[in-house]
Design a protein around this ligand. Structure first.
Ligand code: PNS
Length: 173
């Protein structure tokens, strides 16, 4: 199949998980270019800064993707409305992963609002791979901060960075 078009894969990515990586890999089978876009959200208190999150995504993609695929992924950040960013990047679609019914309400609301703002950019949803359906950045951070094992749930780069961050925080307190 000839690949065409740009899609945006937006999120907080605090940090990137194997679930996110799976969505990126599958998006690359449909679109020529995938832009992974880290949202700046003043309402959230993240563990990692925006440059840290961008770097973690880049390092994780290097661990996972072939050189060919790597050339077709860009990692960026944006502030403001996602739909404005998508239009600026001339994206045909915005991709979101769906894990469970509990994700649906928020995603449906967001998709409807985005469509109202601009019907030209399609929202596409991918069901998360069955091995990743229970993974979220939030739960992974909680498990690791309490001494649990997150092997196989996040890329190695993200695990190392979280271990370092929690160690630093412990030393500070
Ligand atoms: O990984 P997340 O936290 O579920 O990602 C949510 C995100 C960043 C995709 C969403 O909050 C977003 O699109 N923020 C940008 C602001 C915006 O466009 N809001 C209007 C949509 S309702």
């Amino acid at each position: 199949m000839a690949l065409s078009g740009v899609c945006i894969y937006p999120g907080s990515f605090d940090p990137i998980t194997n679930g996110h990586l799976n969505i990126i890999e599958r998006s690359l089978k449909i679109f020529r270019t995938v832009i992974v876009a880290v949202a700046i959200n003043a309402k959230k208190t993240p563990l990692f800064s925006i440059p840290e999150r961008v770097k973690l995504i880049e390092d994780s993609l290097k661990e996972t993707l072939s050189e060919e695929d790597l050339k077709r992924v860009k990692v960026d950040h944006f502030e403001g409305l996602l739909i404005d960013y998508a239009k600026k990047k001339k994206a045909r679609a915005i991709i979101r992963g769906l894990r469970a019914v509990s994700d649906f309400e928020f995603e449906f609301q967001m998709a409807s609002m985005n469509r109202k703002l601009s019907p030209d950019v399609e929202m596409l949803f991918m069901m998360t791979d069955e091995s990743n359906f229970y993974i979220s950045s939030q739960t992974v951070k909680e498990v690791l901060s309490l001494g649990g094992c997150v092997e196989g749930l996040v890329p190695k780069a993200a695990r190392r960075a979280m271990v370092k961050k929690f160690k630093e925080r412990k030393q500070e307190s």
